[in-house]
Design a protein around this ligand. Structure first.
Ligand code: BDR
Ligand code: CA
Length: 316
């Protein structure tokens, strides 16, 4: 069993990731930081609270993340992909607004509590993770076992610009700083998450057979997200659940194949948010502690099977 602190911006694929973490018996979710990203911060927090409420897991602390990137630039949200409320057509009931939300220092408390045995899984913008290094210093985070991060696109097109993936693009200063400061980084770029496709057939099967409290959400949330992908990627047969990938990789060590390289992120200019690594056959030597494990291939059949297994198991 691995203790996991998630950083999220739900968002439809984030919501599937949260549900997956809640349902997987090998994952002990010890906190969820929710901030701006796919939706504004207050909506991300409310959606997180809704999922925890459905699961009967209000004991898991929700921590308020950031409202915008380190640059202070205005934020653009993505209702066309995730819906105005972040869950496609679903609007959580009004009573979900009255929830307890912890401030940022709760993160340090959680890390200390699980010191030496906690993994941070970041599937939103990188602002919160960068702020943790700024506020707490590298030393306080040395007892985090590993950082599993969804972000980047290496030598393949981005999904926000031709060059950049969304989580890196929106706060490239944070992304670059996290890549420099964090140790034991496992990175899950679009190279693999774009291929982690779940089809409507799978979701429709689960929406009839999943014994979980999330069952009514699965089809409407997925269909909204899938329709957006159909517009952006003509001919696509399903939708990529990017944010589920790092969690699945964490509990299935042979699911993803990694290549160790130092990752940098362009902070400004026309290639803002672009992730860079040296993939030449003979890359420049870099200190071993600066290398990040970049997931560049994965067993996508296993992804579908494992995803279904977890949603068919029921509450743990
Ligand atoms: C990432 O960006 C967000 O929109 C998704 O939730 C995912 O974390 C994919 O580029
Ligand atoms: Ca996300």
């Amino acid at each position: 069993m691995v203790h996991v602190l998630m950083i999220t911006d739900p968002g439809i694929d984030d919501s599937f990731a949260i549900m997956y973490a809640l349902l997987n018996p090998e994952i002990n979710l010890v906190g969820i930081v929710s901030g701006y990203g796919n939706t504004p911060k207050d909506i991300s927090i409310r959606n997180t609270a809704y999922l925890l409420n459905l699961a009967g897991r209000e004991d898991i602390p929700i921590v308020a993340g950031s409202a915008g990137p380190l640059s202070g630039e205005p934020v653009q949200f993505y209702p066309e992909i995730h819906g105005k409320e972040g869950l496609g057509p679903i609007k959580p009931p009004d009573n979900i607004k009255n929830i307890k939300v912890y401030d940022f220092n709760k993160i340090l408390e959680i890390i200390k509590q699980y010191s030496g045995n906690i993994v941070i899984v970041s599937v939103g913008r990188l602002t919160e993770l960068a702020l943790m290094f700024i506020l707490y210093g590298n030393n306080a985070l040395k007892d985090v076992t590993a950082f599993y991060i969804m972000g980047g696109a290496f030598l393949v097109p981005g999904n926000i610009t031709a060059e950049a993936e969304a989580n890196f693009y929106v706060d490239p200063i944070a992304a670059n700083s996290v890549m420099e400061k964090a140790h034991n980084v496992y990175l899950f770029p679009l190279n693999i998450t774009n291929r982690a496709i779940i089809t409507p057939e799978v979701i429709h099967f689960l929406s009839e057979n999943s014994p979980t409290p999330f069952r009514p959400l699965l089809k409407p949330a997925f269909d909204y997200y899938y329709h957006a992908y159909q517009k952006n990627v003509p001919g696509i047969k399903g939708a990529p659940l990017h944010d589920v990938v790092p969690l699945m990789a964490l509990v299935n060590p042979d699911f993803v194949q990694y290549i160790p390289r130092r990752v940098r992120v362009e902070e400004t200019g026309p290639a803002k948010g672009k992730s860079i690594a040296d993939f030449r056959p003979k890359p420049d030597p870099e200190p071993i502690e600066s290398l990040d494990q970049i997931g560049l291939d994965a067993n996508f059949q296993k992804f579908v099977v494992q995803f279904m297994e977890v949603f068919l198991r029921g509450n743990k």
